[in-house]
Write a protein that binds this ligand. Structure first.
Ligand code: MV4
Length: 447
């Protein structure tokens, strides 16, 4: 096992990784920008190294600085958290080339899943259901026309280098297709330097359901059930829950087995998430994430499995500490992403946190790097805290969540807490009836 790990991230996820390390007897090295010298992840770590000025391109994305921090500190492994360098295959290769261990999947899998066309071809071959569409990149406008006619309108044009909602265009009719295709290609070329695009049937009101997987170096692969992440705005998830209110135990076991076999056949290593759109009882693969995700705690809450601990064990060459037959799903968990933002306009609200009170009690987890007296810098994303609540069933979970939101105090900055309080009285939310466009439609009406 490692005795020192460098955490190449900031905020709540840096704390999350630090906590797993400490419980495993591993020392931690924080890296930080000049703007983060007083941040909680720096205060908690055993050592810290400043890696550059506030802009992420000069600090948290600065690969030479991070490698230098590994060398100076004598860390043996790097945990990238989420965002930043976590899905950068080059970074994973550079870390390994310098003799350190990258705590994450192999570079070839990161690279494959970053290319949305290659990812779709690979998982389809491995037996995962995908959205009907063109197989591979479109090579001409004629081919696009024929593919769209086969699929039926509306169709969605996606960029191979896109993902997370970047580089998508809907074509409602054949008359729209050529213009949508040209716009999509020129936007993809400008944004990613790669104008490869593909076409899919457009699903109008699906849910976003993702399956958590984990694999070790000995060929063991487990699925840890699904998360429902349909409640989102502009491709930013707001609230996630496990299990999905739309999935029953038999459906969970079936999609879980399909994913498990496929991930095994790809020879994948570490944690991963297979994202699906789910409509009329059918799953359609859209993307695979090769990192630990923001919303991983809802899976931890219902399974009791520490995903970061497992990631570290896998990277150290140890087997998974459980088998699929031992994975059980207990009760219900919901996560609210509490952002330092205006709860209606979503304008960021950085600045001094004057008061901070954490909710507590049975089934309550708050992952946050905030403290009273901390100044939230304007340079990074606005996630301030993740409130994760677990209950024996969804009703108990929702009641507990409302109680926690009422208890929590974040003074001095605006937060999205009032938004969640308004959402958690809506009958569609209380009954679990929502889809990927529900929140944006609700905000247009109620906002
Ligand atoms: C789609 C889709 C409808 N039909 N694909 C957006 C991000 C990227 N991960 C895939 N996305 C979508 N792909 C087909 N064939 C609708 C979306 C989509 C979406 C997906 C998941 C979560 C939120 C979303 C918001 C808007 C659109």
């Amino acid at each position: 096992m490692f005795d020192k790990i460098l955490i190449a991230n900031r905020g709540e996820i840096a704390l999350r990784v630090h906590r797993a390390c400490k419980e495993m007897g591993i020392a931690t090295v924080a890296v930080h920008s000049e703007a983060d010298a007083g941040a909680m992840h720096v205060r908690l770590a055993d050592e810290s190294v400043c890696i550059g000025p506030a802009p992420v391109s000069k600090s948290y994305l600065n690969i030479p600085s991070i490698i230098a921090a590994c060398e100076i500190s004598g860390a043996q492994a790097v945990h990238p958290g989420y965002g930043f360098l976590s899905e950068n295959a080059r970074f994973a290769e550079i870390v390994e080339a310098h003799g350190f261990t990258f705590i994450g999947p192999r570079p070839e899998h990161i690279r494959m899943m970053g290319d949305k066309i290659a990812a779709k071809v690979a998982v389809r071959t491995a037996g995962i259901p995908v959205v009907p569409g063109s197989v591979g990149a479109l090579s001409s406008e004629d081919e696009a026309m024929r593919a769209a006619a086969d699929i039926g309108f509306p169709v969605l044009i996606k960029a191979a280098a896109g993902g997370g909602g970047r580089g998508m265009k809907v074509a409602r009719t054949a008359a729209d297709l050529l213009e949508a295709l040209r716009t999509a290609k020129s936007e993809a070329r400008a944004a990613f330097g790669d104008d490869s695009v593909y076409l899919e049937r457009y699903l109008a009101r699906p849910r976003h359901i993702e399956v958590q997987v984990i694999a070790d170096q000995f060929g063991a692969v487990c699925h840890l059930g699904e998360r429902d992440c349909s409640l989102q705005r502009r491709h930013q998830k707001m609230m996630e829950e496990a299990p999905s209110p739309a999935i029953d135990a038999a459906t969970r076991a079936a999609i879980g087995e399909t994913v498990r076999k496929a991930i095994g056949s790809l020879g994948y290593l570490g944690v991963g998430t297979i994202e699906f759109l789910y409509e009329n009882g059918e799953f359609f693969f859209i993307e695979m994430n090769t990192r630990l995700q923001v919303e991983h705690p809802v899976t931890e809450a219902i399974t009791g499995i520490d995903l970061v601990r497992e990631q570290i064990r896998i990277a150290a060459g140890l087997p998974l500490s459980f088998r699929q037959e031992e994975v059980t799903f207990e009760g219900h968990a919901i996560e609210c992403r509490i952002n330092a933002e205006n709860p209606r306009t979503f304008t960021p609200s950085p600045g001094l946190v004057t008061d901070f009170h954490q909710p507590g009690g049975l089934g309550v987890r708050l992952d946050s790097a905030l403290y009273a007296g901390y100044t939230i810098p304007p340079d990074y994303d606005s996630l301030a805290a993740k409130l994760i609540v677990h209950g024996r069933d969804r009703g108990e979970c929702v009641a507990r969540l409302r109680r926690c939101l009422a208890e929590m105090v974040v003074g001095g900055v605006e937060t999205t807490i009032p938004l969640f309080q308004d959402l958690l009285v809506e009958s569609d939310i209380l009954e679990g009836r929502y889809h990927i466009h529900w929140l944006e439609e609700w905000l247009r009406g109620a906002g």
